[in-house]
Design a protein around this ligand. Sequence first.
Ligand code: RBV
Length: 427
Amino acid sequence: MSAYPPIGEQLDDLEDARTEGRRKMDWALQHMPILQELREQFRESKPLEGQTLGMAMHVEAKTANLVELLALGGAEVAITGCNPLSTHDDVSAALDANDHITSYAKRGVGDDDYYAAIESVVSHDPTITVDDGMDMVYAIHEDYPELIDTIVGGAEETTTGVHRLRAMDDDGELKYPVFAVNDTPMKRLFDNVHGTGESSLSTIAMTTNLSYAGKNVVVGGYGYCGKGVAKKAAGQNANVIVTEVEPRRALEAHMEGYDVMPMNEAAEVGDVFVTTTGNRDVITREDFAEMKDGALLANAGHFDIEIDLDALSDLAVDEYEARDGVRAYEMADGRRLNVLAEGRLVNLASPIALGHPVEVMDQSFGIQAVCVRELVEHGDEYDAGVHDVPDELDREVAEIKLDAEGVEIDSLTDAQAEYMDSWSHGT
Ligand code: RBV
C-alpha cells in the first residue's frame, strides 16, 4: 500500500498556506446557500457518523466546503485530486488541518504520485466513494477488490465518469451502487451548461488576455457542455461554429443559428477551439495542418485526450511557453498554434483557473451531499450498478436554493394534480 504523504507533510510554508486556503473557502461559502443550509442540518443530525469517505475531486475552495460539510456530518474523509493540475495547494492544506480530513492533493504531481495519492486515500478503507472521473472506483475495483464488501456505495460528479461507469456496469463489472450525480437536473442543466460555458471562456480570456468579439469560436461537441460554451461565446459576440457526430445534436446547433461543419473545415477558419466531447482525437494532425497562425486550442472535457498533442509536437519545429498556461507550437511554415493548460480541462488546469462559478458548484455539491446521506440511510436498497439520483433529492436541493434566493413558486391545486394524473380527460 502506498505511503504517499498528506499535503501537511509536504509544504514548507504550511501556516500561510492554511490561512490563505481558509480565506478562499470562506469567500466561496458565503455564496453557497445550499451548502450552508446542509451544514446546519448535518452538524445537527450527524447522518454520516461512522462512515469513511474516499474522494477524488478537484481540490479547490468550493470542493473543500463540500468536504468540510461531510466531515461535519460525522464522516472521516480522505481526499486527493482528480486532475494533476486542478489542486489549490493552500486549500488542500487548510482541509488537511481538519482533524477529520486527510488531504493528499497537490498541484503538479506526475503520474506516479497522482496514482500513489489515490492509493493513499484507498488505504483509509473508505465505506463511500465520491469521484469526479471514476479514478477512485477504478482503483478499488482493479487493485483493492477486497474493500468492495464493506463499501456502501459511491457518487460520481461528471459526464465522463458516468459514461465510464455505465460501460463498466454494462460489462457486469461495477460491484457497488453509484449515483450518477452528473445526470440529475440540478447538476447537469446548470453546472455543465452555465458552469462549463462561463468558466472555460473566462479562463481562456484571462489566460490569453484576448477577446472573443468578431472571432470564430469552434466548439467541438454539442452536448450540455458544448451548448453552454456555444451560447456564452455567442453572447460575447463570437461567430460560433459547432462540430458534431450526432445528427440530432448537429441539427439542434444548426437551428440555434450556429454554423455546423466537420472539424477539418472548421480548422481552416477557427480562431479559438474548445473541445467538449469527452472523446479522444477530436482535433488531429490533419486539422493542425489547416489552422491559422495564432489559433488558440483549449479542452473543456475531463481528460487531456481531445487534442492530439503528440501529433502537434511531432509537427512542431519549435515549442515554447508563450505565456503562463499557453504553449506555442511552431509549424515548419511559421504558423504558431497555441495550446492552453497542456490540453487538460482548461477551466481548472490553467494556472489562473478557479473552476466553475461558486453558485453552480453549490448546486452540484448539494446533490453530492444528499446522495452521500442517502447511501448511508438507504444504501442497502440499491443494487450494484449506476443509479439516477432520486427525484425527491434533486427537488430538495432545488427548494433549498429557491428558498435562499427568496423565489416563491406556485403549487398545484388538488384539481390540477388530479387532472395531470388522469388519462380520461378530453375537451
Ligand atoms: N468542476 N468542479 C469545479 N470545484 O471548481 N469546477 C468544475 C470546481 C467539476 C464539474 O462538476 C465537472 O463535472 C467536473 O469538474 C469535470 O471534471
